[in-house]
Design a protein around this ligand. Structure first.
Ligand SMILES: [Zn+2]
Length: 332
């Protein structure tokens, strides 16, 4: 289920990313021996097929032939989804579950079994740290997401980014699992953002290269307890510059500009048909939050009621429908 590739050298690595991807036999763990073979760090990436920045950064690092400080294990999960045409488009294969929602039991389908295999492989390494590296679906500044904000997690976050979202949401993702060491998720930004490449390369160089990744506490800004804005079950969504009449909700197609910016109450987010906020629901946190608590509709247009910090906004209708429109944190 999860193959192991021991110690590939630069000559084994295809220099073009598409060839490198197509050469992978499926989900795979790459092992590279470090200067200190008594310790291990794990990087999980490509858990979503449309998020290439981690794969690309690992490929560049493998091509460089650099010896890491400690043993490194890199795990690519959604190889098949990434390699399906068009390349790097499918978050997961049609009909399959999202791999990063499958790490909590039961492990009954093939994605669950793969998640379970990844977890056991990680636990066998007894790593000192696990990083799960993603792209955001839309254009965005880079940030980290963690469950909890222990100093060791903040030290790992600081290797990559300067903003951290601490979440209570439990979705079945890798970072929620007990792995015997600190775990953090890095969202390097959108796959089209040049900054995502810089973030991934710089973070990997530090994470693989530094003797002690817990030596420094770099300054980071914390955001706590995000909520998710989701689409109601059968509602139809799309993105445009005006209301689309065959959709229940149309979100403005430049919504990604708000990622990580404060969005004020006067900012119009999109258009709803006559059922209004019934097309939306909010999840996350211990309490129920009806959409009307944070949003209002005026003349068929959707506005926040108060300033919100928005992130993970996408303009992919399939991702908005299967995951969420965006995450948000109400500002004080
Ligand atoms: Zn992802």
């Amino acid at each position: 289920m999860l193959r192991v590739w021991e110690q590939p050298g630069p000559a084994d690595i295809a220099p073009r990313i598409n060839d490198f991807l197509r050469g992978l036999p499926g989900p795979i763990a790459i092992h590279v021996a470090g200067r200190d073979p008594a310790r291990c760090r794990v990087l999980v990436t490509l858990s979503h097929g449309n998020e290439p920045s981690g794969l690309e950064a690992v490929q560049r690092w493998l091509l460089s032939g650099t010896q890491p400080a400690v043993n490194i294990v890199v795990i690519f999960g959604a190889v098949a989804a990434a390699a399906a045409e068009p390349l790097f488009f499918h978050r997961m294969l049609p009909g399959e579950r999202d791999l990063n929602r499958c790490f909590t039991p039961p492990y009954e389908d093939c994605q669950g079994e793969l998640a379970q295999a990844i977890l056991s492989h990680i636990r066998r390494q007894r790593p000192e740290a696990v990083i799960d590296l993603h792209n955001t679906s839309g254009s965005s500044p880079a940030f980290a997401v963690t469950c909890g904000d222990a100093p060791a997690q903040r030290q790992l976050v600081g290797l990559f980014v300067e903003q951290l979202v601490v979440t209570d949401l439990r979705l079945g993702s890798l970072m929620e699992q007990e792995l015997g060491c600190p775990v953090v998720t890095i969202e390097a930004g959108g796959s089209q953002d040049e900054q995502a490449e810089v973030t991934a390369d710089r973070g990997l160089a530090r994470y693989f290269g530094e003797d002690d990744v817990f030596a420094q506490l770099r300054p980071i800004t914390l955001f706590k307890h995000p909520l998710r804005l989701e689409l109601s079950h059968h509602s139809r969504i799309d993105y445009a510059q005006r209301a689309l009449h065959d959709r229940d909700i149309t979100v403005r197609d430049d919504i990604e500009q708000f990622n990580f910016a404060p969005v004020h109450a006067g900012e119009m987010l999109g258009w709803l048909d006559e059922d209004g906020l019934d097309h939306l629901l909010i999840s996350g946190g211990p309490d129920d939050h009806p959409p009307v608590e944070y949003f209002r509709v005026e003349d068929g247009q959707l506005y926040p009621r108060r300033t919100l910090r928005v992130f993970m906004a996408t303009t992919r209708p399939d991702i908005a429908a299967s995951d969420c429109l965006f995450y948000f944190i109400p500002e004080d």
